[in-house]
Design a protein around this ligand. Structure first.
Ligand SMILES: Cc1cc2nc3c(=O)[nH]c(=O)nc-3n(C[C@H](O)[C@H](O)[C@H](O)COP(=O)(O)OP(=O)(O)OC[C@H]3O[C@@H](n4cnc5c(N)ncnc54)[C@H](O)[C@@H]3O)c2cc1C
Ligand code: FES
Ligand code: FES
Length: 1309
């Protein structure tokens, strides 16, 4: 019996008995086929990188059904008789790219490209759906939804949405963002005019008709009767047979332990017709348990009863489309029943009065209410849910039926579990509740529940403020999360808020001021994303300055671009997984495995004992020092690398690492240092080299003496942020002849990987070669943190003399890589009554973790960005604390983002204490050129380079700042449940140029190969380098030199070919690499010019090169760009205005609009720089608003998955996103007058945080009135990130109760 399916039209047949039924489709695709476009990023259904199109053929109806699934959760056996289409199946470099691929490229919507194949397939599927259905056209709203569950960490989503919208039937071309189509006047071909992609090959259709299923480990019964027989058979064979019922298998995204288990039998439920049906009768709708959520949604939308439509709308917020397409309604309820899954389905169906039909071997078929089902003892493995019935709600004719559902979650459109969800059904007569059903779930409860006490209380009551207050109070007592649930008070408060929202309109005697929307309707969709870009293009250095599309973008979209894990595994390849410390400070006594048996497939456990005699236990070696690879006697933090377990597959290696048991001893050891305060107490600090310590400015005691007001010892705390690159850490090490080693590493610093590997193995550096082609996102996390990953693989490969690779899983990556530096800041600020600040004194404690790494740069970065304002005089004491917490890495804008935030927090504090607008205080303290030069010395540049004050004013005008401030004020006066805030924030960002090499070689056919030290991380480095090459070689003015750009290929970095590669980071590597290439090309021009001069007339490029070859002219030039002392640092400027709206019931912040003005100098490539501006802004938005990096008391990160760590998605970015790039003109000291764009714009996201604080301030003002509190109210700080619970807490967890009490007292007057 075999498993037959097709991938991109190619037939696959596998002997069923030879397939491990727990194999996922992703594992098969990536490890057993050549189709590598399917990327692994989270492995839990939370990111969309692995999305494929799955097509099923119905031989009776003769139709093909296509839908997306996450291949990381889909089991290979469940694709029997299916066809799979991946991004390279849509189109590719050989057969021609699909228009979707070209669209992603033309809209500059692919940076590192790791997310792009998944995005492409998601978009393709959405287009296919609307193309097939004819009824529902592909509109801009659909376009935004098409990829709403897919994560991208680079682009900031705006260009992705535009690429999708470009296919919409209702799109106005003028509304599309910056792209390379409209410019050329090309029309955008419609999707249906496409060459069709055949998603289901004919041969498979023919075969399906004659296929049967068999009874192996994987069984696919075709009727309930057959299933029953099977189950009885297994039972009769004794209880020793372990079975797993499988529908979509998406549940394993949450319950990962399920993946580790191996069952004797897997029973596929999806081929049983009775369980796939949806039947509507006079009493309601019955849905088979294996019907996918997507199909349930579609069916419910057809039912002409309002409640069903509302259920469907709520279900659209469950997970992402590619999960709903495969995850079943029954699977969801079983997860909720058996394992307390925080389900939405259970809550909303509970309110709807659903019934569940089950079948068990002992009790036969039963019908239960959903409530009984949820409350029953957990289902046994053999128990089956057959179907779910949703009855039509009954209502007396004189009454009205109301049904609403609610959920509060970090992402409004789904792809995030709810803090609490609720659904209410009520029969209402005038203003009286006749009967009601109130369901709540996901708040840290065993399962969804009905709050009977509140239901009983409300029955028969006319709704008044008093009644509502009592009902809300009852909920507060009943909706109490279990111990250990995060944000319990917040979750409880949501229950009352939602009930208030549901019943409030029934209150008769409401005397509120007219309000234009008392609260966001939870079902109201977000406004469609809209944007504008003003991008200056200049021709001076053509093609430099042109918005050339990113090199290889289409290749990235089709998924053919090769990342480290896409390199085919060499013969005999082994796989590694890290064993890390779970103790912050302990003696390592030994390493073993659970139950003392060596897990499947394990060949070795590599630790410090395996370092060769001539080598050293070094995992990082660079100019500032060395750090060990593996812990030796002691662990220094949770996450500290102890060993690498090596096995025959990555899955076995990961499983073995999970089974590893490290024996620790803490006796006689000092307690670990786990807080900054501990570090201070123990004086545990890293030394900061004097040349890296920033300079104080002026005399703060004098400045303090001049001050009319002082705020003393105010405190700010900032936490961490995880990189969340889509490609986790990965490396492949291959032993080569003569004791040498080739290492493929996804890293930002190959040169340092090289030296570290050589030192660790004790071999000469010329025995090592490190190759890095492209990196699936770095953001600083693949700088020093990638080095031990590659070194460990090299060590294992050296020891075992076999290739060893690792692809670190997301959880381990989060635990071992760490993130931004947390810090504590205490400051005293002195200022005049006008708001002019005269002095600032700071004490900054930075948690560097257990080892120093690159933390040395933190003090100067924090202070560098903080100096954006004229503080009068500035003094500080910065300490790098050495703790027993994971060593911190430098993340995009390292220290700078904290510095900017500290400055803004101080400004806001000053403004609050003077009761002045923060914007006024910002403006008054902006530098003049003179004060700038005092604070920044040489890097301040010339007076005309200081563009910030004019940018401040310009953005004020273009964003209509003043007008909008008034509109916001009016809005806040007339809305009590929503408050808005608007804020304008400037940034100043110093960057340094670094030495970097390049080589340009011309081949005999005239094509050009370029090598540079910089790594392509998605930041468009290769594209800019190509443009620079073309510009300089173009100066030869040969015929055809305008096509030079097409002839250039930038190739992978190879540390033996290009030495002194240095590192990629600090926002200037593209500029540095361009400078190096420029030097090389200038050499080539010098060599080639005489040939042109000697020729009679114009000469073509190809002829020139042939002659040069004939005359043995050296056509390869290499050089090292080394910046001069004076030109190595310069300042970058930007301003942003953000406006937000806060929902006071849920604490949700919607970014209504952001306007950015950023000085890019003469941009080398405006399209690339625009992408950097938008992308880094959105990453900053994540830091300020969403990304909670929570650790336990010992430092273990607990938000360690896509379930708990929430990076921005399409629905959390500014709804109106306007970016203007400023061309600030010539500057000879910079590379063709360009400026940096990679990191500085991240800091502009502080504007969103500041605007949120403004909105919260308004909410607090209102709350004080309701509570009858006089006076200005205490100043407050809005923590970072300002998540929903944080915002709600500051707006008042008891806001609803306070309002009702206040209303009652007003009414009684
Ligand atoms: C990334 C992600 C985000 C999600 N977000 C949400 C969310 O916000 N809200 C929400 O409510 N849900 C959410 N879910 C849960 C999702 O709805 C469920 O994973 C899905 O519905 C389960 O269906 P399945 O067919 O894949 O079940 P499976 O994974 O196949 O099964 C789940 C469990 O149920 C058992 N089982 C399945 N069907 C039956 C049956 N008919 N009878 C008896 N046992 C059965 C299986 O043996 C297994 O133990 C999310 C899931 C993912 C992966
Ligand atoms: S890798 Fe499958 S959804 Fe993230
Ligand atoms: S381009 Fe989307 S993750 Fe890099």
């Amino acid at each position: 019996m075999s498993l037959v399916f097709a991938i991109n039209g190619q037939r696959f047949e596998l002997e069923l008995s030879s397939v491990d039924p727990s194999t996922t489709l992703l594992e098969f695709l990536r490890y057993q086929t050549t189709f590598k476009s399917v990327k692994l990023s989270c492995g839990e259904g939370g990111c969309g990188a692995c999305v494929v199109l799955l097509s099923k053929y119905d031989p009776i109806q003769q139709n093909v059904e296509d839908f997306t699934v996450s291949s990381c959760l889909t089991l290979l056996c469940s694709v029997n008789r299916c066809s799979i289409t991946t991004s390279e199946g849509l189109g590719n470099s050989r057969d021609g790219f699909h228009s979707i691929h070209n669209r992603f490229s033309g809209f500059h919507a692919s940076q590192c490209g790791f997310c792009t194949p998944g995005m492409s397939v998601s978009l393709f599927s959405a287009l296919l759906d609307s193309d097939k259905s004819k009824a529902s056209a592909f509109t801009v709203v659909e376009a935004e939804k098409a990829v709403s569950g897919n994560l991208c960490r680079c682009t900031g989503y705006r260009p992705i949405v535009d690429a999708c919208k470009s296919f919409a039937c209702d799109v106005d071309i003028e509304d599309l963002g910056f792209n390379s189509f409209c410019k050329k006047g090309d029309c955008l071909p419609r999707f249906d005019s496409e060459k069709r992609v055949c998603t289901f090959p004919e041969f498979l259709k023919d075969e399906i008709k004659s296929m049967e299923s068999g009874v192996y480990k994987w069984c696919s019964p075709e009727s309930v009767e057959e299933l029953k027989r099977l189950l009885e058979g297994f039972k009769a064979n004794g209880d020793g047979v372990s079975i797993k019922l499988v529908a979509g298998n998406t549940g394993t995204g949450y319950y990962k332990d399920e993946r580790e288990k191996s069952y004797d039998k897997y029973i596929d439920l999806t081929r049983i017709p009775e369980m796939k049906e949806i039947r509507e009768s006079h009493s309601g709708v019955e849905i088979g348990a294996v019907v996918t959520i997507s199909k349930v949604i579609a069916a419910l939308k057809e039912v002409k009863v309002k409640m069903f439509g509302k259920l469907a709308v709520h279900m659209e917020k469950i997970a992402a489309r590619f999960i709903r397409n495969f995850g079943s309604i029954g699977g969801n309820l079983v997860m909720a029943q058996r394992r307390q899954f925080p389900s939405d389905m259970a809550t909303i169906l509970l309110a709807a009065g659903a019934l569940v039909n089950t079948m068990s071997l002992s009790r036969g078929i039963e019908k239960q209410t959903l409530e009984e089902f949820l409350e029953g003892s957990p289902l046994e493995a053999h128990d089956l849910v057959l179907s779910i019935e949703i009855p039509f709600p009954r209502c007396e004719t004189s009454s009205e039926l109301r049904f609403e559902t609610y959920r509060a979650a970090p992402r409004p459109q789904g792809s995030a579990l709810a803090y609490l969800n609720a659904a209410f059904l009520a029969q209402v007569k005038d203003t009286m509740v006749v009967s009601c059903r109130l369901a709540f779930g996901a708040y840290g409860t065993k399962h969804a529940i009905r709050c009977k006490e509140a239901e009983e209380y409300l029955c028969g009551k006319v709704i008044t403020e008093k009644v509502l207050h009592e009902a809300v109070t009852i909920l507060g007592k009943n909706i109490v999360p279990q111990d250990g649930t995060s944000n319990p008070a917040y979750r409880s408060s949501l229950a009352g808020g939602f009930l208030f929202e549901f019943l409030r309109s029934l209150i008769t005697q409401t005397k509120d001021k007219p309000s234009n929307g008392y609260h966001c309707d939870p079902q109201k969709p977000l406004p469609v994303l809209s944007s504008s870009q003003i991008v200056p293009i200049h021709n001076e250095y053509h093609p430099v300055g042109q918005p050339v599309t990113k090199s290889g973008a289409s290749l990235q979209a089709s998924g053919e671009a090769v990342y480290v894990d896409d390199i085919p595994a060499p013969a005999n390849c082994l796989y590694g997984a890290f064993i890390y410390s779970k103790k912050p400070y302990a003696r390592i006594k030994g390493i073993g495995f659970k139950e003392s048996s060596v897990p499947d497939g394990v060949l070795a456990v590599i630790s410090c004992k395996d370092i060769p005699k001539s080598g050293e236990n070094i995992g990082l070696k660079f100019s500032l020092g060395t750090e060990p690879l593996f812990a030796e006697e002691f662990t220094n933090s949770v996450g500290h690398c102890i060993a690498l377990v090596v096995a025959d597959t990555q899955r076995h290696a990961d499983a073995a690492a999970n089974l590893a048991v490290v024996e620790y001893e803490t006796e006689d050891l000092e307690p670990p240092i786990l807080t900054l305060e501990d570090a201070v107490k123990k004086q545990s600090f890293f030394e900061i080299f004097p040349f890296l310590y920033p300079q104080q400015v002026g005399d703060t005691s004098k400045g303090m003496a001049e001050a009319e007001h002082r705020l003393l010892s105010s405190e700010i705390r900032l936490g961490s942020q995880y990189f969340f690159y889509m490609e986790t850490q990965t490396a492949l090490a291959v032993p080569d002849e003569d004791n040498s080693m080739v290492v493929y590493s996804s890293c930002q610093m190959p040169q340092y990987v090289h030296t570290t590997v050589a030192t660790c193995l004790g071999i000469p550096e010329n025995n090592v070669r490190v190759i890095t082609r492209r990196v699936g996102g770095g953001f600083g996390g693949k700088a020093v943190k990638a080095i031990p990953v590659a070194t460990a693989c090299a060590l294992a490969a050296h020891k075992l003399q076999r290739p060893v690779r690792t692809y670190v899983n997301r959880k381990t990556d989060m635990i071992m890589t760490g993130g931004r530096h947390p810090m504590k800041i205490t400051y005293t600020v002195g200022f005049k009554s006008t708001g002019k600040i005269t002095a600032l004194e700071l004490e900054i404690l930075i948690d560097a973790g257990a080892t120093l790494g690159l933390s040395v740069m933190m003090p100067s970065n924090v202070i560098g960005a903080l100096k954006k304002y004229n503080w009068g005089a500035l003094s500080f004491d910065v300490k790098l604390c050495k703790t027993n917490l994971l060593s911190k890495a430098i993340m995009r804008g390292p220290g700078d983002v904290q510095g900017t935030y500290i400055a803004e927090a101080i400004i806001e504090n000053v403004a609050s204490s003077l009761s002045l607008e923060a914007d006024t205080i910002r403006k008054i303290n902006l530098h003049t050129y003179e004060s700038l030069a005092l604070f920044y010395k040489d890097s301040a540049g010339e007076p005309h380079e200081y563009t910030l004050p004019s940018m401040w004013d310009k953005l004020g005008v273009s964003s209509k700042f003043e007008e909008r401030v008034s509109v916001v004020r009016e809005f806040n006066e007339s809305n009590i449940w929503r408050k808005r805030g608007i804020s304008r924030v400037p940034i100043t960002y110093p960057v340094n140029m670094y030495a970097t090499p390049g080589r340009v070689s011309v081949l005999s056919d005239g094509t050009i190969v370029v090598e540079v030290g910089g790594i392509e991380l998605g930041q468009g480095l290769w594209t800019k380098v190509k443009q620079m090459t073309s510009y300089v070689l173009g100066s030869l003015q040969c015929d055809g030199s305008e096509e030079l750009l097409e002839k250039i290929r930038v190739v992978q970095s190879d540390t033996l070919s290009m030495v002194q590669g240095n590192f990629t980071g600090g926002s200037t590597t593209s500029q540095g690499s361009c400078s190096a290439v420029r030097l090389c090309c200038e050499t080539l021009v010098k060599r080639l010019k005489p040939l042109i001069e000697r020729s009679d007339g114009p000469m073509s490029w190809n002829k020139l090169i042939s002659q040069a070859y004939a005359q043995s002219v050296n056509l390869s030039a290499s050089d090292l760009y080394a910046p001069g002392q004076t030109s190595s640092q310069y300042l970058n400027y930007g301003v942003a205005v953000s406006e937000v709206e806060v929902d006071l019931v849920t604490g949700q912040t919607t970014v209504l609009q952001t306007d950015i003005l950023y000085d890019c100098g003469k941009s080398l490539n405006p399209a690339v720089d625009l992408g950097q501006i938008e992308g880094s802004f959105v990453q900053g938005l994540g830091f300020f608003m969403l990304e909670e990096y929570i650790t336990d008391s010992e430092g273990l990160v607990v938000t360690d998955s896509t379930w708990t760590y929430k990076i921005p998605t399409i629905d959390t970015i500014p709804r109106q996103f306007n970016v203007e790039m400023l061309n600030s003109g010539c500057n000879e000291k910079r590379v063709l007058s360009s400026k940096a764009s990679g990191e500085p714009p991240l800091l502009l996201a502080a504007s969103v945080h500041c605007a949120t604080r403004e909105a919260v301030k308004e909410a607090r003002k209102q709350l004080r009135i309701w509570k009858g509190e006089d006076g200005p109210g205490s100043t407050f700080q809005l923590p970072v990130p300002a998540t929903m619970p944080v915002v709600k807490e500051l707006c008042g967890l008891d806001i609803v109760e306070s309002y009702l009490v206040w209303k009652l007292s007003v009414n009684s007057r």
